[in-house]
Design a protein around this ligand. Structure first.
Ligand code: ADP
Ligand code: MG
Length: 706
């Protein structure tokens, strides 16, 4: 019998070569595969018929034979069209796939395929067509009951494994699996109290739903089986966070900081403006943390432009005033330099004698040596830097507080990295990604949360427009007229998957074109990630001082960049950006009192429905909270947090859990009860974590559980 921990290469149909490619994806055992869950389901109990297709109706599944197929090369270079005529007993319909020339090899005439998609009217003739439908080739001998004749799970392609292959493998694995090799992770009393299915049964029903299950519930991931898996996921995460919080609390105490009146006066003198109520509240909460001997672990959340930087700076200076050192950690060199420059200028203008240094990968030679020595001796009180701060040569004399700006860019991993250096500073992490409370509990369960819920006074909403190629002249003339009024502009160009080098060439060429065509007598600057740090810094500071009028940039300006005089942003190929990214980008304008504009240029060619939806949302709202929620719905949790480095992207049920705060509360309550229930109970908690398969354990180490 097959066991959960059996290596995948012993699963019939896998073999050494596929096993190796799966291993590269982090899938080693049968159990790993069991947790690769379907991303959607198709109702193949009865297929729709071609004659019944209606334009813009609902998504349907057809069982067809490929009658004809051809690859069409269009006049546009690099753009291909693959066309297939699909037929069943009732009629035929055309399907088009864009830029997928390899389909020619797969979708051969004569083959049987299951096709899933929505019919639309083709642009010219008004014919009914399917655009980019999903397809799955069937073999004549395919067993009824796995690939058809039921509600069928659909998987994302895994390396060489198509959805259909995964379905076959999983079906076999679930049949042959020794149930005793899939132990429960939830303590028995928890499963009983919450009426949860056994783990293996939940997995079985999630892959191959029983016939009585509702398709809507499946799609919403709300069946009993799916909720059982969601519960387990949240429970384990909460357990890990709770154990970590326990450890942090008992581990260390520091001297409580003092905040004296003299200090308050000194800090107040630094303020360039009156703080908003939200900023004041956040500062009060942080201040209370700092005055207590308990270490601070706080998340400061505030939408783009809400003014988190000044709150961070004042917090750092409280640590400095108490004789500690402060570190301001940011995700990009551009941002490090901006903060450093601004703080330095502020200190100089107001006669504040704080000693500050910059430390990034590009600070080298004597400058670097000075910074390192100063940090080690304590002569430097405040350092602004990138992940270069984690370098093993960086030693602090007395690191008191670390602020992590744009936390979502870092991953939780790096918070742990500081602790590994033997440093246990207070930590303030900041993010502009507003997250629902349920999500905050799930992923930041070990942090206290402060929220800045308002923007500084006098801000106007950024007027956001979607424009097309045909509007280009008008758009850029508009940009020009803003510049003539003394304003500045960003033009953002995407760096896509193509080799970075060719993209950079494209960006450079584009900058030149734009300059010649529209801005001949203006100063246009170019900024991208591959430039030398010194050049980036020069361009950025010239832009900040208004000496560059139009900045053509890649997404290096996405986070944090603050030039209030910039009032226009044009985003080229806006359809290629994710929602959160567009929101961050747009946040670069509208930072002063003047009306600002954000123009989302969409390129020619196909836009996915999702892209159209994203652009619509952008024009509709500027509320980062709503945008994040939408993004979550459209793309899942990985999107909201940027990257995989969180290990969050494989929290498969986060989105489900989010729609179900009661589930989160329940799982959290059970986890907390287990951790706070005395030694025996805590041991049970540790055992539950130890029973996790290696993939999970890796994931939770990412969340900082050693
Ligand atoms: P974010 O929260 O996105 O990091 P910043 O800290 O960069 O925002 O602040 C955005 C802009 O608003 C900056 O130009 C900053 O100087 C300004 N600002 C911040 N707080 C206030 C305030 N209370 N009143 C006026 N302007 C402010
Ligand atoms: Mg910021």
């Amino acid at each position: 019998m097959l066991r959960a921990e059996t290596s995948l290469r012993y699963l019939k149909g896998v073999g050494p070569r596929r096993a190796e490619s799966l291993r590269k994806l982090g899938l080693c055992t049968v159990e790993d595969l069991l947790y690769v869950l379907p991303f959607r389901y198709e109702d193949r109990r009865a297929f729709a018929r071609v004659t019944d297709l209606v334009p813009f109706g609902s998504e349907t599944t057809l069982d067809v034979r490929i009658a004809r197929a051809r690859l069409i090369r269009t006049r546009r270079p690099g753009f291909t069209l693959f066309e297939a005529v699909l037929e069943d007993a009732t009629g035929s319909v055309r399907a088009l796939w864009y830029n997928q020339p390899y389909l020619e090899k797969a979708l051969r005439p004569g083959r049987r395929a299951v096709v899933f998609g929505r019919a639309v009217l083709d642009r010219r003739g008004g014919d009914l067509i399917l655009e980019n439908p999903d397809y799955e080739l069937l073999d004549e001998g395919d067993a009824e009951g796995i690939h058809t004749g039921r509600i069928v799970p659909v998987y994302r392609r895994l390396g060489e494994l198509s959805s259909r292959m995964q379905r076959s493998l999983l079906h076999r694995a679930l049949q042959d699996l020794d149930p005793a090799s899939v132990p429960e992770i939830l303590p028995a009393h928890v499963a009983r109290r919450r009426g949860l299915l056994p783990r293996l049964e939940a997995l079985r029903r999630t892959h191959f739903p029983p016939p009585e299950v509702s398709l809507e519930e499946l799609a919403a991931r709300r069946t009993e089986a799916q909720l059982r898996l969601a519960f387990e996921e949240v429970f384990v995460l909460q357990l890990a966070l709770a154990l970590r919080r326990e450890a942090a609390r008992s581990e260390r105490r520091r001297v409580a900081y003092q905040v004296t009146d003299a200090m308050r006066t000194r800090l107040a003198r630094l303020l360039p403006f009156r703080l908003t109520e939200g900023q004041k509240r956040a500062l009060r909460e942080i201040g209370a943390d700092l005055r207590s001997p308990r270490p601070m672990n706080r998340l400061l959340q505030g939408d783009v432009g809400s003014g988190k930087t000044i709150v961070a700076l004042l917090s750092l200076l409280v640590a400095v005033e108490n004789g500690s050192q402060g570190a301001f950690l940011v995700p990009t060199e551009i941002l490090a330099e901006q903060h450093y420059r601004n703080f330095q200028r502020l200190f100089a203008e107001r006669g504040a004698p704080y000693r500050i240094a910059l430390l990034t990968g590009s600070v080298r030679g004597a400058g670097r040596r000075r910074a390192l020595e100063g940090l080690e001796s304590g002569a430097i009180e405040l350092v602004v830097g990138t992940h270069a701060l984690f370098d093993e040569n960086v030693r602090f004399r007395r690191l008191g507080l670390v602020v992590v700006d744009e936390q979502h860019r870092f991953g939780v991993l790096q918070r742990a990295a500081l602790a590994e250096k033997g440093l246990h500073p207070d930590v303030l992490v900041m993010t502009a990604t507003p997250i629902p409370r349920s999500l905050a509990l799930t992923v930041y369960g070990d942090l206290d949360v402060s929220v800045i819920d308002q923007l500084p006074p006098g801000r106007l909403p950024v007027k956001t427009l979607v424009r097309e190629e045909a509007d280009r002249d008008r758009v850029y003339r508009g940009v020009r007229s803003e510049v003539e009024k003394g304003r500045q502009a960003y033009v953002v160009v995407p760096l896509v998957e193509a080799t970075e080098r060719s993209d950079l060439k494209a960006a450079t060429a584009f900058a030149r074109q734009v300059e010649e065509r529209y801005f001949r007598d203006l100063r246009v600057g170019l900024l991208h990630g591959r430039m030398k740090a010194a050049d980036k810094d020069r361009v950025m500071s010239e832009f900040a001082r208004g000496r560059i009028h139009v900045l053509v940039a890649t997404t290096v300006v996405e986070v944090g960049v603050d030039v209030p005089n910039a009032t226009v942003m044009v985003v080229e190929h806006a359809e290629r950006f994710g929602l959160s990214q567009l929101h961050q980008l747009r946040g670069r304008v509208g930072r002063g009192g003047a009306r600002s504009y954000c123009i989302l240029m969409v390129g020619e060619g196909v836009k996915t429905r999702e892209a159209v939806e994203r652009l619509r949302i952008m024009t509709e709202t500027q509320d980062g909270f709503r945008i994040a929620e939408k993004d979550l719905q459209l793309r899942g949790p990985g999107s909201v947090f940027g990257t995989d480095q969180h290990g969050l992207s494989d929290l498969q049920f986060l989105a489900v859990a989010l729609g179900n705060p009661r589930l989160i509360e329940a799982a959290r309550a059970e986890a907390l009860a287990l951790v706070s229930g005395g030694d025996a109970s805590r041991d049970a908690a540790r055992r539950a974590l130890a029973a996790l398969r290696p993939g999970w354990r890796r994931r939770f180490e990412l969340a900082g559980v050693g």
